[in-house]
Design a protein around this ligand. Structure first.
Ligand SMILES: Cc1cc2nc3c(=O)[nH]c(=O)nc-3n(C[C@H](O)[C@H](O)[C@H](O)COP(=O)(O)OP(=O)(O)OC[C@H]3O[C@@H](n4cnc5c(N)ncnc54)[C@H](O)[C@@H]3O)c2cc1C
Length: 416
């Protein structure tokens, strides 16, 4: 390798994090995006930074849940039948991995990236200019029924024994004192105090602004149509703003990554997994903690200036509709838990396409047949939480330094 210029394609959480660590190593970094910085899946997600979320989607009960949902129009998980063989291959490969053994294996890899990413974020947020409403006051997993609470208790025991993740159990009687926004008659909660949350759009704007001030170039409204290759290298990117060239190229293109399979000559099995959120002004009794409600599959995010409910996982291709029924469903799901589940004014309704892989692990590493191309994609439901170590691993690979991460498990070559 000769020069030190790098083009990062995609300006979501992952592209921004890659730019950060590459710039720190002294590279001349340009980030390009076909829309705006942080405007896709990284815009209005829950904003949870969650070392507690080590369990992958590929868990033993996932197939049963998926099949049941085919007969439940309001299910949070939904597959829209489509004539796309790639989707059925994806589902088949996903289903094959829904075993206890695979769940623990993927969980161990995620655990390493999540824990190390949280440490990187803490360092980043020690800089007072990083204004993104960061709060490190943990995460509540809240339950209405004793049965669901007991069931999660078994998961919590497993998380502690397998991954060393300990939560505090809060019983129903104690809960309203701990979180006054919750109703009085809930069964209880588990509190993961090492989790945190922030406002994702603020993180994108403040982080990209800081990088811009430090000399990173961001080019918006620039779509990469294809990559032209010469021998074992990318020679340039054909974009809507003409030919762009650099010494190395990082593809952080989220849910759209499979579009580059032919150009990069490798399999990139990423499917869009659509989720929704509704952001409101603050309700009368504002939660002080971020919360997950596993019985309803929703996340509740209290921000300094607003309040968000988010959920759903739809495999419906790149369908960009926001059905009103889904937004109402988000609000209805919060009602059995919160004293004032809605804010007076709806500020935003949103969808995002999560970049889903069939083994629940991100794809981070060198493109097998191209010496100057890397992939940083497939972060599933955890792109915000996994971003820093992804960026750090990409910088390590470019520098040919050993990485702290188990890169074999994450490599694009695992699909060849
Ligand atoms: C409802 C919901 C809640 C979530 N909550 C959380 C959470 O609390 N915590 C968490 O960790 N994760 C959460 N996630 C997941 C997280 O949002 C994603 O994993 C993450 O945003 C993925 O980031 P990314 O940078 O890979 O993708 P994106 O943010 O989608 O960025 C990819 C970028 O690539 C650009 N691009 C694609 N193709 C091209 C091209 N050809 N040319 C130029 N540019 C291109 C796109 O325009 C886009 O901006 C949530 C997701 C959803 C939907």
């Amino acid at each position: 390798m000769t020069g030190n210029s790098v083009i990062v394609v995609g300006a979501g959480h992952i592209g921004i994090a890659c730019a950060h660590y590459l710039h720190r190593d002294g590279h001349d970094v340009t980030v390009i995006d076909r829309a705006s910085v942080g405007g896709a899946c990284s815009h209005a997600n829950c904003g949870f930074l969650v070392p507690s979320h080590v369990l992958p989607l590929t868990e033993p009960g996932a197939i049963r849940t998926g099949l049941k949902s085919l007969f439940q129009p309001n299910a949070a998980f939904r597959v829209k039948p489509q004539l796309r063989p790639a989707l059925y291959r994806w589902m088949f490969e996903f289903g094959r991995r829904c075993t206890h053994h695979q769940m623990l294996k993927a969980g161990a890899v995620l655990n390493e990236i999540l824990t190390a990413s949280m440490l990187e974020y803490q360092q980043l947020f020690s800089d007072a200019s990083m204004q993104c409403e960061w709060r490190d006051n943990g995460m509540l997993f809240v339950f209405r029924t004793d049965e669901a609470l007991r069931k999660f208790g078994r998961t919590d025991t497993m998380l502690a024994s397998e991954f060393g993740l300990a939560a505090r159990h809060i019983d129903g009687a104690e809960l309203p004192d701990f979180e006054p926004a919750l109703l009085e008659d809930l069964a209880g909660a588990y509190y993961y105090e090492d989790d945190g949350h922030l406002r994702p759009d603020r993180l994108n704007s403040t982080w990209s602004q800081r990088l811009t001030d430090d000399g990173v170039t961001f080019i918006e409204n620039c779509s990469v149509n294809t990559a032209t290759t010469k021998g074992d290298r990318i020679a340039g990117l054909q974009t809507s703003q003409g030919l762009l060239q650099a010494d190395r190229y990082v593809f952080a293109t989220g849910a759209w990554s499979a579009e580059f399979e032919d150009a990069l000559g490798c399999r990139i099995p990423v499917e869009p997994g659509k989720g929704y959120s509704v952001t409101m002004t603050q309700p009368e009794i504002m939660p002080s903690h971020p919360m997950l409600v596993p019985e309803k599959h929703i996340g509740i995010s209290p921000f300094d200036s607003s309040y968000r409910i988010a959920s759903m996982m739809e495999f419906s291709g790149f369908d960009d509709s926001i059905p009103r029924t889904r937004i109402e469903q988000l609000k209805d799901s919060a009602r059995p838990y919160l004293k004032t589940p809605e804010g007076p004014v709806e500020e935003d309704t949103w969808y995002g396409w999560r970049p889903m892989t069939w083994d629940s692990l991100p794809i981070i590493g060198r493109v097998p047949r191209l010496a100057n191309a890397l992939l940083a994609t497939g972060h599933n439901m955890l792109g915000l939480s996994l971003a820093p170590m992804t960026g750090k691993a990409i910088a390590d690979l470019v520098a040919e330094r050993p990485s702290d991460l188990p890169l074999d498990a994450l490599s694009p070559a695992r699909f060849s």
